[in-house]
Ligand binder design. Structure first.
Ligand SMILES: Nc1ncnc2c1ncn2[C@@H]1O[C@H](COP(=O)(O)OP(=O)(O)OP(=O)(O)O)[C@@H](O)[C@H]1O
Ligand SMILES: [Mg+2]
Length: 310
């Protein structure tokens, strides 16, 4: 048996970084393919900006390129005039699982620039500043503040929620979140990106659904990414427009282009049919033909690069 390099865990990073990809090795590639998907997501945002809220989901296996597509989309719309005023929130669910309201908290943190490690006082100051900017009367802001702190997992410093029944608390929180969404949407279109929804907590999913059901005639776009999961297949709302894009594996030719883009930096002539061998091994072509028909109903993604980074 070969030896395995062992690392000692010291603690979480200040800012989590991507757990996959070859970027850490200094290798990158332009976006290959995915033009149609990118155009459809941009189309959804366009419709949202016109006042018809949209939900778009990017669904695909680990490493297939969901995050990459999201990043390309964000970069693209930042450069385009019609989308100049769009407020963007970007939350990523943790593979360690989210505590109740954790996913919603990530959206709030992104909105108000609250660091993961911020304490209650810091978070309160940021939220208060944001609520004032949204034009919320001071009295209402004070009343809603404990609810935002609860969502952020920062407790209830003045114990004002102590006697609120759980169901009542949930309703108050949904209302408080809806309030900030509505205020924000009155000022500009709003794009909420939630990545890795398969790791979201149940009550955050419920809150997102609640918002979708009530904000269908606003300039809201929700963009979710997740791996294929039965439970999330029905996720959505009967009310707002819903687009699901299932990302297929890159074609063989695109796989070749991707490898060429990665390795053209250092390797002029890849030795020994190397690209083909990587694609054969990781591209799923030969692999999927060996599998039983039941197993092969899910194509193996062409994600050779992604796996290397894990
Ligand atoms: N179409 C593409 N063109 C160029 N590079 C790509 C493409 N798709 C994916 N990649 C690269 O492959 C790696 C894995 O992609 P990505 O992180 O987007 O996968 P993912 O679907 O988000 O996976 P996960 O479910 O684990 O979050 C990244 O380094 C990404 O830049
Ligand atoms: Mg991802």
């Amino acid at each position: 048996m070969g030896s395995v390099l062992v690392h000692r865990l010291r603690g979480p990073l200040e800012t989590p970084r991507a757990a996959r990809g070859l970027d850490a090795l200094g290798l990158d590639a332009p976006l290959i393919g995915r033009d149609a998907e990118l155009a459809r997501v941009i189309g959804s945002l366009d419709r949202a900006c016109g006042g018809a809220a949209q939900l778009a989901r990017l669904v695909g296996e680990a490493g297939i390129g969901k995050t990459r597509l999201v990043n390309e989309f964000v970069a693209r719309i930042r450069d385009e005039d019609p989308f100049a005023g769009v407020a963007i929130r970007h939350a990523v669910c943790s593979p360690l699982g989210e505590q109740s309201y954790g996913t919603l908290a990530a959206v709030l943190r992104s909105a108000y620039g609250i660091a993961q490690k911020a304490d209650a006082a810091e978070a309160e100051a940021k939220v208060a500043e944001a609520l004032a900017e949204l034009g919320l009367p001071a009295e209402e802001a004070d009343r809603l503040m404990p609810l935002y702190l609860h969502v952020l997992g920062l407790g209830d410093p003045n114990a004002v929620l102590k006697h609120v029944e759980p169901e009542q608390l949930r309703r108050q929180i949904f209302f408080a979140i809806r309030t900030v969404f509505e205020r924000r949407l009155a000022l500009s279109p709003l794009l909420i990106i939630v990545e890795d929804l398969h790791w979201a907590d149940a009550v955050s999913l419920e809150a997102l659904r609640f918002l979708m059901d009530r904000l269908e005639r606003t300039r809201l776009m929700l963009l979710f990414t997740h791996r294929p999961m039965l439970e999330l297949d029905q996720f959505g709302s009967g009310r707002i427009s819903h687009t699901t894009l299932r990302l297929p594996p890159l074609s063989d030719t695109d796989g070749q282009r991707l490898l060429a883009a990665y390795f053209s930096h250092g390797w002029c002539e890849p030795p020994g049919r190397l690209f083909n061998r990587i694609l054969e091994r990781e591209g799923g072509i030969r692999f999927s033909s060996r599998r039983s028909s039941a197993a092969s109903s899910k194509p193996a993604p062409c994600n050779a690069m992604a796996r290397c980074g894990e």
